[in-house]
Design a protein around this ligand. Structure first.
Ligand SMILES: NC(=O)c1ccc[n+]([C@@H]2O[C@H](COP(=O)([O-])OP(=O)(O)OC[C@H]3O[C@@H](n4cnc5c(N)ncnc54)[C@H](O)[C@@H]3O)[C@@H](O)[C@H]2O)c1
Length: 323
């Protein structure tokens, strides 16, 4: 089986590439190695794939990449490339979100439709729901009211996918809920907490810590993606959430109990665009993909913490993680 993965050097994309190569797939990965965080981390994410004969890497921006050539043999497609993160999407930073999220997605969907690719699975986000009034969020009945420009770009990608779906392209959007695990992006809370626990700077807690998230371990997110590539006729969008909701205060306590030391905190105001709560109803993904999350928060956190300790031992430091 052949698959093209965009954003393959990123956090979730690199795990997916490893899983598929391990399962015997031929993987072509595209990534522009953008500077949202240190590109050296992204190169390191690809290190174990470097000598794999079934893996090819193309460094390119999706907007200008030779997509017709790359899609000529009609691979399955996973589109993960994006400018992620809520906070930086405010202000002038939005230009980059328009480029990496909206323009890149339109180019990719257009090329995949022209090449007659059998399926495009793309990353959407829980951020399309914004501040939901009822929980858990359901794909078809919870209104989409993004609270950040980032969320708007993700919702726009869903709308673009609907257009190409109407033209015959099989698309599936996965609305990921806070994915975490080894190699998590350095701007994300669990990564920053683990860096603090491993001797890094104090953890900046935004707001009062009561805000909660439905956390999803990266292997579960990857498993849902692999299933979405080959499932018969999945719905246009599916929630992918780990099912274990925790507040920031609970997370801080849990991590402290794993390390045996309290986490050193620095308090800051609440952040623009942040929502108070996220929570996924995953009935559709369970029914249509036969998927269910399998990694408990405490186990996933332990694995992430172990990776951060190893990473720091190897001399890698987070220089300027956004908070
Ligand atoms: N991590 C999460 O919790 C989460 C939650 C919801 C949705 N998502 C979505 O999942 C996807 C992967 O997220 P991640 O956390 O792995 O992010 P990441 O930043 O680690 O990976 C994204 C990759 O895309 C690449 N990229 C960006 N713009 C590009 C372009 N124009 N051309 C080619 N490559 C480009 C970047 O260099 C990066 O390596 C993204 O679409 C993100 O919006 C992630």
């Amino acid at each position: 089986m052949r698959v093209l993965i965009t954003g393959c050097a990123g956090f979730i994309g690199s795990h997916l590439a490893e899983r598929l190569v391990g399962d015997g797939w031929h993987v072509t990965g595209i990534d522009a190695l953008t500077s949202y965080y240190d590109p050296a981390e992204k190169r390191a994410n690809l290190a174990v794939l470097g000598n794999e004969p079934r893996f090819d890497f193309v460094r390119a921006d999706i907007v200008s990449a030779p997509l017709t050539k790359l899609l000529a043999d009609r691979p399955l497609v996973v589109h993960f490339a994006a400018q992620p993160g809520v906070r930086r999407s405010f202000g002038d930073g939005f230009d980059q979100y328009v480029h990496d999220n909206i323009l890149a997605t339109q180019r990719l969907l257009e090329a995949a439709a022209e090449a007659d690719c059998p399926r495009v699975v793309y990353a959407s986000s829980s951020s399309v729901y914004g501040e939901a009034a009822t929980f858990p969020c359901r794909e078809e009945s919870t209104p989409t009211r993004p609270r950040s420009p980032y969320g708007v770009t993700k919702r726009t990608c869903e709308k673009l996918a609907e257009i190409y779906r109407g033209l015959g392209l099989s698309t599936v959007g996965l609305r990921f809920f806070t994915v975490y695990g080894p190699r998590q992006r350095p701007d994300m809370a669990i990564r920053r907490l683990c860096e603090t626990a491993a001797g890094g700077p104090a953890f900046r807690l935004n707001g009062d810590g009561s805000q909660s998230r439905d956390f999803t371990y990266v292997d579960d997110a990857v498993d849902a993606t692999v299933r979405a590539l080959t499932a018969a006729q999945p719905a246009r969008v599916l929630n992918i959430g780990g099912g274990e909701e925790a507040s920031m205060n609970e997370l801080i306590e849990l991590l402290g109990s794993l390390t045996g030391e309290p986490i050193v905190l620095r308090r800051g105001g609440s952040q623009i665009g942040d929502v108070q709560r996220t929570g996924a109803d995953t009935t559709l993904a369970r029914q249509q993909l036969g998927w269910e999350p399998s990694v408990r928060l405490a186990d996933g956190l332990r694995a992430t913490l172990d990776w951060v300790f190893e990473h720091r031992a190897a001399g890698v430091r987070v220089v300027a993680a956004a908070s």
